[in-house]
Design a binder for this molecule. Structure first.
Ligand code: M6R
Length: 616
């Protein structure tokens, strides 16, 4: 949720921190702050964006070759100056930034209050800063050599919850401490300099050598270099990885918003996701990441897909694909429900966890539960080095590239591409698909990116329609079969970036309730491409029309029937109906984007949201 960045080395830290915070701002943008250290440390922080922090620090002393920065998505306490990070301990010995939640902070706070501690903020982080200080001061009273690292370890052993932390201690101004449990932290290794961040985006400009901290790791960095131990004080061997990320991938490259850039990147993202896995000429499909478990996959009794948000919508498309191509019973669960409802998980069940970020707290917890119950758990993730791929024994990466816009777009189509290939591979192996069906699907999937390019060419027309309905307060999205999850996704896209209330429904369910909402002010977006339920969806459109709803229909190129009934139509190229989600979601993404821009909304950083949800 929050973004963390730290620097220790031979350069001035300020510019690195500000630039890093801007790259991490998609993780939270309620407030921002930095701490810089020379011989002492200085803290600057404020409610609002990183640009507000920059304005605040304009005439301040910003020197310091050690520093850390934070951009916040509020959990405890409203977004204001005093709840902003960094947080200082009461006696000023420690200053810390934190991503995560300290679940037992209330109890810890009471204990500290009994010891005379007072608090200026409502945050769990300030409690942790004071707990560290409490251990530090008390253990040094007798003149023993209790270090800041010892104090951090003692405090973290008392903590329940999740954290990514960076800590400075006034007594050791040349040292920086980082610790992780549940919330991601990456350390970049340069020449005589180190970078710490929640993800690699602030680091990639300076180095591509990184260490991903594991849960319970505590890293201490000073002029002697980096030492890594765990919560039990046992030395850990840091594994150095090379990150494969270009700076241009995390910049807007001429687009007005990241979201628009990412919508336009979808043909490339899908090609990159199937490249090297699917061979169009030899009609060959192989998913290397599943090699070790492939036999078990083909023999699975049941598939359970777990995910949140847009990834959950991709999961429903996956359910339809798996059942159709493999005949293996498949169900899709919200990770947050799955983890707390004592689900039936049998040994040999296949659990597929889908997550763009690879850090979603509920999905991670659901994976741990499934593993404990003996299921084979595989991941479908976009961010290499994130927690979910490291938590799962096998998996397939989506190669969408970094997704910065909070509204997920290219991650969705890349996830659906992976799920399609997985279902095809298992279906080919267990004979759920005939050879002809399999090769036809390869041919169809191969040309999907070209078809998306054709839809993107229609963006001006989609913009015109968007302007006509941008003032609406409610909207309904309808679809059947494979297009039902697309309706859910279209509605989510609209509500999260334009703040228009939107609901996605299976079209036939409309008459069981939502039809009551329809009047001449209600845009109804109907996914109505040609498939076996086309006639049914035509009837649904008539039902809406009879109640004067405004119909925006997504139809197959050349459709004339619906054109006569709908107020607006957007054509998409014909495709196999199992692949239609990959095409029909594109106009819905563009529609939401243009509506949100027209309404003056912050498209890339919608209110109250954050890109990666690392708290439950
Ligand atoms: O990183 P994940 O895919 O696990 O994230 C899941 C959801 O938080 C995410 O899809 C969210 O719903 C997006 N904002 C939707 O656009």
């Amino acid at each position: 949720m929050c973004g963390i960045v730290g620097y220790i080395g031979h350069r001035q830290a300020y510019d690195i921190l500000i630039k890093g915070l801007k790259r991490l701002e998609y993780r939270g943008y309620d407030s921002a702050g930095i701490a810089l250290s020379d011989s002492d440390y200085r803290v600057y922080k404020c409610k609002g964006k990183v640009s507000d922090l920059e304005a605040q620090t304009k005439d301040q002393n910003i020197n310091g070759k050690i520093g850390m920065g934070h951009t916040r998505w509020a959990t405890h306490g409203e977004p204001n100056d005093s709840n902003a990070h960094p947080h200082k301990s009461m006696n000023g010995k420690f200053v810390i930034i934190h991503n995560g939640i300290i679940e037992n902070y209330g109890k810890l706070k009471q204990g500290l209050e009994k010891e005379g501690y007072t608090f200026y903020s409502e945050t769990d982080t300030e409690v942790l800063a004071n707990l560290i200080e409490f251990y530090y001061i008390n253990n040094r009273k007798n003149g023993n050599s209790f270090t800041p690292e010892d104090a951090v370890r003692a405090a973290l052993n008392m903590v329940e919850g999740a954290y990514g932390l960076v800590i400075l201690c006034e007594d050791n101004p040349g040292q920086m401490i980082a610790a992780r449990k549940g919330s991601p932290l990456v350390i970049g290794i340069g020449k005589d300099e180190y970078f710490i961040a929640s993800d690699a985006t602030p680091i990639v400009e300076y180095t591509n050598s990184v260490i991903y901290l594991n849960d319970d790791d505590i890293a201490v960095i000073d002029d002697k270099g980096l030492s890594l131990k765990n919560l039990k004080n046992i030395p850990q061997k840091p594994a150095i990885h090379k990150i494969d990320l270009e700076l241009s991938e995390i910049e807007k490259n001429g687009f007005e918003h990241y979201m628009l850039k990412e919508i336009y990147e979808q043909p490339r993202a899908i090609r990159d996701t199937y490249r090297g896995r699917l061979n169009f000429e030899s009609k060959f499909l192989r998913l290397g990441g599943l090699h070790n478990v492939f036999k078990q996959l083909t023999e699975a009794n049941r598939i359970i897909i777990i995910a949140c948000g847009t990834s959950w919508h991709a999961g429903i498309v996956g359910e339809y694909l798996f059942e159709e191509f493999t005949r293996i019973p498949t169900e899709v669960e919200y990770a947050s429900e799955f983890r707390y409802r004592n689900p039936v998980i049998n040994k040999g069940d296949l659990v597929i966890a889908i997550s763009q970020s690879g850090e979603t707290a509920d999905t991670l917890a659901a994976i741990q539960l499934a593993k404990k119950a003996g299921a084979i758990v595989i991941g479908v993730c976009n961010v290499v080095g994130s927690s979910i791929p490291r938590e799962t024994s096998a998996g397939v990466f989506t190669h969408a590239g970094p997704e910065i816009g909070v509204a997920s777009t290219k991650a969705f189509t890349a996830q659906v591409t992976v799920l399609t290939m997985m279902a095809m591979a298992i279906g080919q192996a267990n004979k759920g698909l005939t050879n002809q069906e399999f090769t036809d699907l390869i041919d169809e999937l191969y040309v999907i990116p070209d078809k998306i390019e054709k839809i993107l060419e229609k963006s001006e027309k989609i913009k015109e329609i968007a302007l006509k309905i941008a003032d609406s307060t409610n909207s309904l999205y309808l679809g059947r079969g494979y297009l039902f999850p697309v309706a859910l996704e279209g509605a989510l896209k609209l509500k999260e970036i334009s703040y228009i209330h939107a609901e996605g429904y299976p079209a036939a369910e409309m008459k069981h309730g939502p039809i009551a909402l329809i009047d001449e002010k209600m845009p109804v977006i109907v996914l109505a491409t040609k498939d076996h339920s086309y006639d049914k969806i035509v009837s649904n459109i008539q039902e809406v029309k009879a109640r004067k709803g405004v119909i925006i229909a997504i139809v197959t190129e050349g459709d004339t029937t619906i054109k006569e009934m709908a107020d607006y139509v957007i054509e998409v190229p014909h495709s196999d109906f199992a692949l239609a989600p990959l095409l029909t979601v594109i106009p819905l993404q563009l529609l939401s984007y243009f509506i949100a821009v027209e309404r003056g909304c912050n498209v890339d950083q919608p209110r109250n949201l954050a890109k990666s949800v690392t708290v439950e």
